[in-house]
Design a protein around this ligand. Structure first.
Ligand code: M6R
Length: 594
C-alpha cells in the first residue's frame, strides 16, 4: 500500500510544500521512501528519498502543479531509484502509483524491445513508458492525452490507482481500479487535489469525490472532468461534504497517534454505538433471512470476527469466523442464503475485498463494518455500518477495533431482543473507561514495560471471550514492541504449550468475572507450578498472580479493558525499545495487495 497526493493551482504557487505536508498525513500508508515531482517553467523536477518522511523538508522550485508519493515497497528494494514518481525516457510524464501491476513484466519486455530505458525495478515505471510510447512523435491535446492514459491504464492487470503529471499540457490524470483515490475540490481557491485518503485533504477542503473503480479524473488549471473509464465518456459528479475536523488527523498534543487513539476509546465506543442504533435495526432483516452467518477480516479485524462468533453464540446464533485470506478454502460452502459480515478499518484490505467478491459471485449478501468512508468495501457491500471513530492514523489498530467489536456486540444483543441491555452495558463500559484509563494506569503499565523490556517471549492465555481477546493482546505486543507474544486458549496449555514454560517465563492471564474464572486460575496455577511468572489482567485479584492489573468489571465487555492493557503495554514496550509506535517496521496501515 502506498500514499498518493497531488495538487494543481496551488494557491501559494508552492506545490512541493503542499505535497510534502499531504504526504506526511499519508505516511501511515507506507514509509519506505517518498518522492515529489513538480512542473517548473520548462521541465519536470523530481526528488526522491528513502526512509520515513518524518520531519523532512523539500526545496524543489516554486510551481503550482505537482504529484507526490509515499511508498510501501512491493516490486524492487528500498532505494532512491525505486521511489516514485517515475519518469519516461524523455522526462515528460511523471507517474505515482498505488497497487501492483500484475502483468508488468510482459509489458516491460515489449517496451524494452522498443528501446525504452528503465531506471528502476518497479512495476510502476512501465506506466510512464507506456504513455510515452502511445504519444511518441505526436503533437497532442489534453483529450488525446486522456485517451492514451485511459488506454494504457486499462492494460494494467491488478488493483491499481495511478496519477500522471504531463509536463507539456500541465495536466494531471488519475485513474482508479481497486485502489482508493479521492478527488478534493477547494472551490474558493480553485485548487484541485488528489489523495489516497481523507486526512491529507482536510486542511484544504471538505468537498470531495471518491472515485469509483473504472473512473478517472482529468485535472487542468482551467477545468476538471471525471470520466467513465470503460466507456471513455465524461461523467457528472456530486461532491460529498466530509464531516471531520482537520484536528482529527493531528496528534493534538499527544506524542504519538497510537496513544491518542488508545485514549480516544473513552469516547469512540459510545459514539459508535449511539450513532448506529438505527442502522443496526435496519440490518437485522439480513440476519433474519440468512441461513449461514460468516464474519471475515484480517489481522485485528479477524480477531474482531472471532470475538463476534463468540458473542453471537452467547446470544443463541450460530456463525463462523474466517481469516479473509483463508476464505477460499470455504467458498464452496457459500450460497445466496449466506450473510457475510466483512470487518475492516480501511475497507481496502485486498484479502477481505477478494473474499467478499468471491462470496458475491455466489449471491451471498454482504454487510461491512468499516471506518474509512467511501472505501471499496463500502461500495461492494449490500449494507454497511460505519463506525465513526474518525481517522485511525497509527498503523496499529486500536479504536477502530473496539468500535467494530461494539457493533458486533450490539448486533448480537439486538437479534436476541436485548438491545437495551446491550446499550446499558456499553454506557457503563464508557463511563468506567473514562475513570480507569488515566495517567495512574499508564504509570503502572510504564513500570511493567520497564520490567519486561528485556524479555523475548510472552505467553497470553484466556478462555471463552478472553481467548480471542488474548490473540488481539498478543498482536499488539508483536506489532508495536517487536516481541514474540503468543496467545493460547487456556485449555490448550496441557496439550503441548506448557512445554514452553520455563523459570520466570512471563505469562499474561486475561480473565473476566464469569463462569470461567476458576478454570483460568487453574491454568495459571499449572503455569506457576512450572515456575512461570503470572501477570493477571482481570477485574478480580488472585493469590496466584505475581503482578496484577485490575480492569473494570463490565460482564462480557470486560474483554475491552483487558485488551486495552495489551494496547498500552505494546505502546510503552515499543517506546522503551526505540521503535516508532505509529509506524512499526515492515507494516502498512492497510494491505491493499494480495
Ligand atoms: O483495514 P483492515 O481493518 O482491513 O486491516 C486489517 C489488518 O491488516 C489490520 O487489522 C492489521 O492487522 C493491523 N496492523 C492491526 O493492528
Amino acid at each position: 500500500m502506498c500514499g498518493i497526493f497531488a495538487v494543481i493551482n496551488d494557491k501559494k504557487n508552492n506545490a512541493s510544500q503542499t505535497i510534502i505536508e499531504g504526504l506526511k498525513k499519508l505516511e501511515y500508508r507506507g514509509y519506505d521512501s517518498w518522492g515529489i515531482a513538480v512542473k517548473t517553467k520548462n521541465k519536470l523536477v523530481v526528488e526522491k528519498h528513502i526512509g520515513k518522511i518524518g520531519n523532512a523538508q523539500t526545496f524543489l522550485p516554486l510551481s503550482n502543479i505537482g504529484i507526490g508519493h509515499t511508498r510501501w515497497a512491493t516490486h524492487g528494494g528500498v532505494f532512491d531509484k525505486n521511489a516514485h514518481p517515475h519518469l519516461d525516457c524523455n522526462n515528460q510524464f511523471a507517474v505515482i502509483h498505488n497497487g501492483i501491476v500484475e502483468n508488468y513484466l510482459e509489458i516491460k519486455e515489449k517496451l524494452i524491445k522498443k528501446n525504452h530505458k528503465f531506471l528502476s525495478e518497479t512495476d510502476t515505471e512501465i506506466i510512464a513508458h507506456m504513455i510515452e510510447e502511445e504519444l511518441k512523435n505526436k503533437d497532442y491535446s489534453i483529450d488525446d492525452l486522456a485517451k492514451k492514459v485511459f488506454k494504457s491504464f486499462k492494460k494494467l492487470a491488478g488493483s491499481n490507482a495511478v496519477g500522471i503529471l504531463d509536463a507539456k499540457t500541465e495536466t494531471i490524470i488519475a485513474c482508479r481500479n481497486g485502489s482508493p483515490l479521492v478527488f478534493g475540490f477547494d472551490e474558493k481557491n480553485n485548487q484541485y487535489f488528489l489523495s489516497s485518503d481523507i486526512p491529507a485533504l482536510l486542511k484544504h477542503t471538505k468537498n470531495v469525490y471518491f472515485l469509483n473503480d473504472n473512473e478517472a479524473v482529468v485535472l487542468n488549471k482551467n477545468f476538471f472532468q471525471v470520466y467513465d473509464l470503460i466507456k471513455e465518456i465524461p461523467k457528472k459528479i456530486n461532491f460529498e461534504k466530509i464531516n471531520l475536523k482537520s484536528s482529527s488527523a493531528e496528534k493534538e498534543g499527544y506524542p504519538h497517534f497510537l496513544i491518542k487513539e488508545i485514549d480516544e476509546q473513552k469516547k469512540t465506543i459510545l459514539k459508535t454505538a449511539e450513532k448506529n442504533i438505527f442502522l443496526i435495526e435496519k440490518s437485522l432483516k439480513y440476519f433474519k433471512k440468512a441461513k449461514k452467518i460468516i464474519f471475515i477480516g484480517c489481522g485485528t479485524a479477524y480477531h474482531c470476527a472471532l470475538l463476534a462468533k463468540y458473542l453471537f453464540a452467547k446470544n443463541g446464533f450460530e456463525s463462523d469466523a474466517y481469516q479473509a485470506n483463508e476464505f477460499s478454502a470455504f467458498s464452496n460452502l457459500i450460497n445466496k442464503k449466506t450473510l457475510i459480515i466483512a470487518i475492516s478499518q480501511s475497507g481496502e484490505t485486498a484479502d477481505t475485498i477478494l473474499a467478499v467478491k468471491s462470496a458475491k459471485n455466489k449471491d451471498a449478501k454482504i454487510i461491512s463494518i468499516i471506518n474509512n468512508r467511501g472505501s471499496t468495501l463500502e461500495r461492494i457491500s449490500d449494507f454497511f455500518v460505519p463506525i465513526y471513530t474518525g481517522p485511525e492514523i497509527a498503523v496499529v489498530s486500536t479504536k477502530a477495533f473496539t468500535s467494530q467489536l461494539i457493533i458486533t456486540y450490539l448486533l448480537a444483543k439486538s437479534l436476541n431482543f436485548k438491545q437495551k441491555e446491550g446499550l446499558k452495558n456499553i454506557k457503563k463500559l464508557s463511563k468506567e473507561l473514562n475513570k480507569w484509563l488515566n495517567q495512574s494506569l499508564k504509570n503502572k503499565i510504564i513500570d511493567l514495560a520497564k520490567k519486561l523490556l528485556k524479555e523475548n517471549h510472552f505467553y497470553i492465555i484466556g478462555k471463552d471471550l478472553n481467548y480471542p481477546a488474548s490473540l488481539e493482546f498478543a498482536l499488539k505486543i508483536k506489532e508495536t514492541a517487536y516481541t514474540h507474544a503468543e496467545a493460547f486458549a487456556s485449555g490448550e496449555l496441557k496439550h503441548g504449550v506448557i512445554a514452553l514454560i520455563e523459570k520466570n517465563t512471563p505469562c499474561f492471564v486475561l480473565a473476566s468475572n464469569d463462569e470461567h474464572k476458576n478454570d483460568i486460575i487453574s491454568s495459571a496455577t499449572e503455569i506457576k507450578a512450572r515456575n512461570g511468572k503470572i501477570f493477571g489482567i482481570a477485574p478480580f485479584e488472585s493469590k496466584i498472580f505475581d503482578f496484577f492489573i485490575q480492569t473494570p468489571d463490565i460482564k462480557e465487555l470486560t474483554i475491552i479493558p483487558n485488551i486495552i492493557i495489551g494496547q498500552l503495554l505494546g505502546y510503552y514496550l515499543g517506546i522503551g525499545k526505540g521503535a516508532d509506535p505509529d509506524k512499526p517496521r515492515n507494516l502498512a496501515k492497510s494491505v491493499t495487495v494480495k
